[in-house]
Design a protein around this ligand. Structure first.
Ligand code: PLP
Length: 294
C-alpha cells in the first residue's frame, strides 16, 4: 500500500449521521442530525481534511508551504498529512511561539514540520503573489496552500461530505470563517434545500463575499447568521464557556468554543425562536477542531 492509500484507509469515511434530540425549547418540533466529521480521524480535524483531500489525492508536490496561527486546525491537519505522506511542509506561523510552543506547534515539531515564525506585517502578505513566488522558490518548488486550506479545490471534499448524506433534509448548518466549507455545501444543494452558516467572527457582508467568490450566482438559498460570533474570532465569553462545559457533560459528543460551540449555541437559540418551520429536517455539521481547544 502506498502512503496515500494508507492514510486514506485510516479515515472513518463516510462519517456518521447521528440523531440529536436535546431537551432544548423547540427541539421537539423538528428533526436534527449531527454529521460527525469530528470523527473522521483522531488527529486530522474534520473539515480541514475534507478541504485538503482533493489536493493531496491529485498532486504530488516536492514540498508544501502553508499558513496559520498558533492553534490552527488547518496546519495541524496538514502537518499530520505531510508527515504521513513524506512531503516536507513549511508552516508560516503568525506570531512567535518558540519560547512557549502551543500543543499544536509541539505536534508540528514532532511531525518534522519546518516552522517559520513571522510577524503580523509579514503574515499579511500571505496572499500576495510576489511573496508566494519567493516562498515557492525558497522551498523547492513548493505547492502553496492558502490559510485554512481554503481554495477552489477545497470544495470537492466538502461536496463529498454532502453526498454522503443519504436522508432527505431541508437545511444544513455549518460554522463560517473563511467560507470555503459553506461554499462547498451550497454547491451541492438541490433547489429545495438551504444552507445556513453561523459566522464565528465579526464579518457581516465580509463573510458573504468570501463565500460568494467560490460559488456561482445561480446557487440557491443560503444565508449567514451573524448574531452568534460572541465578540469575535476565538472570543470565549463565560456564557459560552459554561454552555460548552454543560453540553460536554450532558451529550454523547464534545464541542469546543471557537467553531462547534458557537454553532450549537446558535442552534439552541434558533430553535427557541422557532426559526425552522415545524417538521424541518436539519443537518448540523460538526466540523471537528477539538485539538485547537487544548
Ligand atoms: C476552519 C474551521 C471552520 C471554518 O471553516 P471555513 O471553511 O474556514 O469557513 C469550522 N470548523 C472548524 C473546526 C475549523 O477548523
Amino acid at each position: 500500500m502506498n502512503k496515500l492509500s494508507k492514510l486514506e484507509a485510516s479515515l472513518a469515511l463516510p462519517s456518521s449521521l447521528m440523531p440529536f434530540s436535546p431537551s432544548w425549547t423547540g427541539a421537539n418540533e423538528v428533526t436534527i442530525w449531527v454529521k460527525r466529521d469530528d470523527m473522521i480521524h483522531p488527529i486530522m480535524s474534520g473539515n480541514k481534511w475534507r478541504k485538503l483531500a482533493y489536493t493531496l489525492k491529485t498532486t504530488k508536490p516536492n514540498a508544501m508551504v502553508s499558513f496559520g496561527g498558533g492553534f490552527s486546525n488547518h496546519l495541524h491537519a496538514l502537518g499530520y498529512a505531510s508527515y504521513q505522506l513524506g512531503i516536507p511542509l513549511t508552516a508560516i506561523v503568525r506570531g512567535n511561539y518558540s519560547a512557549s510552543p502551543s500543543p499544536m506547534i509541539n505536534d508540528l515539531m514532532n511531525w518534522n514540520v519546518d516552522i517559520e515564525y513571522v510577524d503580523r506585517i509579514t503574515y499579511q502578505k500571505r496572499n500576495v503573489p510576489d511573496y508566494l513566488l519567493q516562498l515557492q522558490q525558497r522551498y523547492n518548488d513548493a505547492l502553496i496552500i492558502p490559510e485554512g486550506g481554503s481554495q477552489q479545490s477545497a470544495l470537492h471534499g466538502i461536496g463529498e461530505m454532502v453526498e454522503e448524506i443519504t436522508i432527505p433534509f431541508d437545511v444544513i448548518m455549518a460554522p463560517v470563517a473563511s467560507g470555503a466549507t459553506l461554499a462547498g455545501i451550497i454547491n451541492k444543494l438541490s433547489n429545495t434545500q438551504q444552507a445556513l452558516g453561523i459566522g464565528v467572527l465579526k464579518g457581516e457582508n465580509y463573510l458573504e463575499s468570501l463565500v460568494s467568490q467560490f460559488i456561482s450566482d445561480k446557487c440557491s438559498a443560503w444565508s449567514i447568521d451573524h448574531r452568534f460570533h460572541l465578540g469575535g474570532y476565538a472570543k470565549v465569553p463565560s456564557e459560552l464557556r459554561t454552555f460548552c462545559d454543560e453540553f460536554n457533560t450532558a451529550m454523547s459528543f464534545t464541542i469546543e468554543p471557537v467553531y462547534s460551540g458557537k454553532l450549537f449555541w446558535a442552534l439552541k437559540q434558533l430553535l427557541k425562536e422557532s426559526y425552522f418551520p415545524k417538521g424541518s429536517n436539519i443537518i448540523v455539521l460538526h466540523t471537528g477542531g477539538l485539538q485547537g481547544a487544548r
